[in-house]
Each structure stands twice: as C-alpha cells, then as structure tokens.
Design a protein around this ligand. Structure first.
Ligand code: RIB
Length: 316
C-alpha cells in the first residue's frame, strides 16, 4: 500500500545552461543536457526518496520518453500507474542562468491525455493513500477527480497550483486540505479567483497579518506560500491548526549554494507529502521545516527529478 499517491505530469526535460536567460530575438550559447522532469514526476521522486512508499499516476506516450519514466521509476522503487497515450510523452525546454534561475516551456503531449476515467479506474488506489498530491500540469477535470476521490475517502489532499497560468476553479482549490502556491502562483490565484491585485514580487515582503488575510480569501484550509530565498509562509484556518500553535507564521530559508532551482518547489511538495504521510500526528510546522530543508538541498545539484536528495537507498 502506498502512503503517498502523486498524480500528474512526466516530461523529458531539455536543458540549456547559459550565463543569462535569452532575451526576445537573441541567439546565445548554452551547455545542453537532458533528464527526467515534469512537476508530477519530480514530486513523486521527492516523496519516494524522502522515505514514503509512493505511487505515481500519469500518462505516457509509447516512445523513448515513456520508457525512460518506467526505467527511472523502477530504479527508485516508485510504483508507476501510467495511462497509455497516442501522444508523445511530455517535454519541457528549460533555460537555467548562472544564478540558478530558470525559464520553462512545456509541450504537454501525453500529459494532456490523463483522463478522469483513468483516475476513476484508480479510485481504490487513491482512497487507500495517506496523502494524495496533485499539480496543474494535467487536465483540470482530472486533477479535480483525483482530489475529489481522495476527499470522499477521507485522505489528506495537497494541491500544488503550478504552473501559475494553468486554469483552475475555486471549486478545485476547495478540494485541497493544503495548497502550496509559490509567490507567482499565489498572486495569479488572488487575481483570478478573488479579484485581489498583488504583485508577485511584493508577496514576500507583505506583513504577516496581511498575507494571512489574503490566504484566507483564497482557501478555507491550510495555505503554504513558498517564497524561494525568503523561505515559506504558513496560514491555517483558526479552527484547524494541524498541531501548530499559531494560525500563521514564517519559516526561514535554509542557507545553500544554489546551482539550479529547477524542481525546488517540486522537492518541497514531495517532501511535505512524504512527511505528512509518515508522521501524521506531528505538528504541521515539523513537516514544513523538513520540506524546506529537503527543497534547499535539491537546489545544490543540477537537474529536476535527478536532483532530489536520496534519504533512502536506491532499489537497484
Ligand atoms: O517544476 C519543474 C518542472 O517543470 C520541470 O521538470 C519541467 O518538466 C516542468 O514541468
């Protein structure tokens, strides 16, 4: 039985490391590499490598990318439940600058075929998990099915509402016991769903009470805003503190030598789900601190899924 089920995207990442992110119209030189990614897969690998028995539900093409996903999942002891797609396996083009910042373009491919029917066919799997984690690189109706089925079964749901431009509804957000936007996603959701205009760059500097009030507008449940180099902000509903003593607080960022921030948010989400599943009685702040440390360490290596720190031995 899996304690964490992650449903979401797998991409083959094509990465160019360059001095600066290319400006429109520019042609620049970069160092190329390729490796596994996709927010769903990255999060599943993080959950698995941070100690939780994990299953990844996804959609894969019948091609080399799909074979790569199967091979890597097997090597990590990550159970894979793939829906077969006629589309090519998902891809991402990623530029990383010399400060570790990135720009990403997604080719959804097979990820766009993850269907509500396939999710429904895996109802028992979702309902038997301790924590179910999803993102928005899959069709919104399928993400809604994932979280809805988990909710019906009383399983804790975590939604990472990424990327920022993905469609979502307030109904979908309400299905998340814990929602984990970064500052860009947070600003986008506030604008889209509650008509609050906040600049993403201003979010980290907001006063705690104001940030908490904005989180409360977005969700009746727990909201964790990841703020990159500034750390994390946690906001709970006053009646559901999840073992914490305060309705809102900050957790400082961990000092690290940043090489590549690609997948850092995914590392946070996977580790958070893993920790919640493994120690459900622990105060929520314990899980956030663990995820914060895990995500920081993931930025010290290049790549996305392959940069996830291994806290458990590989299977092969
Ligand atoms: O969050 C990082 C991920 O976003 C990359 O691995 C890329 O595939 C995109 O999904």
């Amino acid at each position: 039985m899996s304690s964490v089920v992650v449903a979401g995207s797998f991409n083959v990442d094509h990465v160019w490391r360059c001095d600066a992110l290319p400006a429109p119209g520019a042609t620049i030189a970069g160092r190329y590499s390729t490796g596994p990614g996709g927010k769903g897969f990255n999060q599943a690998v993080a959950a698995c490598r941070s100690g939780a028995a994990t299953t990844f539900v996804c959609a894969l093409g019948d091609d080399a990318g799909g074979a790569l996903a199967r091979q890597l999942a097997a090597a990590d002891g990550l159970a894979l439940v793939p829906e077969s797609s006629d589309e090519p396996t998902g891809t991402a083009g990623i530029y990383v600058d010399n400060r570790g910042r990135n720009s990403i373009v997604i080719g959804a491919g097979a990820n766009a075929s993850l269907s509500p029917a396939f999710i429904e066919a895996n109802r028992a799997l979702l309902g038997s998990a301790k924590v179910v984690l999803a993102q928005l690189e899959s069709p919104a109706e399928s993400v809604e099915a994932v979280l809805g089925i988990a909710r019906e079964a009383g399983v804790m749901t975590v939604l990472n509402p990424a990327p920022a431009n993905a469609p979502s509804s307030i109904g979908l957000l309400k299905l998340a016991d814990v929602m984990t936007p970064n500052e860009t996603e947070f600003a986008a959701l506030l604008g889209r769903h509650v008509g609050e205009r906040v600049e993403a760059d201003d979010v980290a500097a907001l006063d705690g009470a104001r940030l908490h009030a904005l989180c409360r507008l977005l969700s009746g449940n727990t909201v964790v805003v990841t703020l990159g180099a500034v750390g994390v902000f946690v906001s709970h509903d006053e009646d559901t503190l999840r073992g914490d003593t305060q309705p809102y607080y900050r957790v400082a960022a961990e000092p690290v030598q940043v090489v590549d921030t690609t997948g850092a948010g995914d590392a946070f989400n996977g580790a958070l789900a893993s920790s919640l599943a493994q120690a459900p009685q622990a105060p929520f702040a314990t899980h956030v601190r663990f995820a914060n440390q895990y995500a920081a360490r993931s930025t010290e290596s290049e790549g996305a899924a392959l940069a996830m720190p291994r806290l458990t031995p590989a299977q092969a």
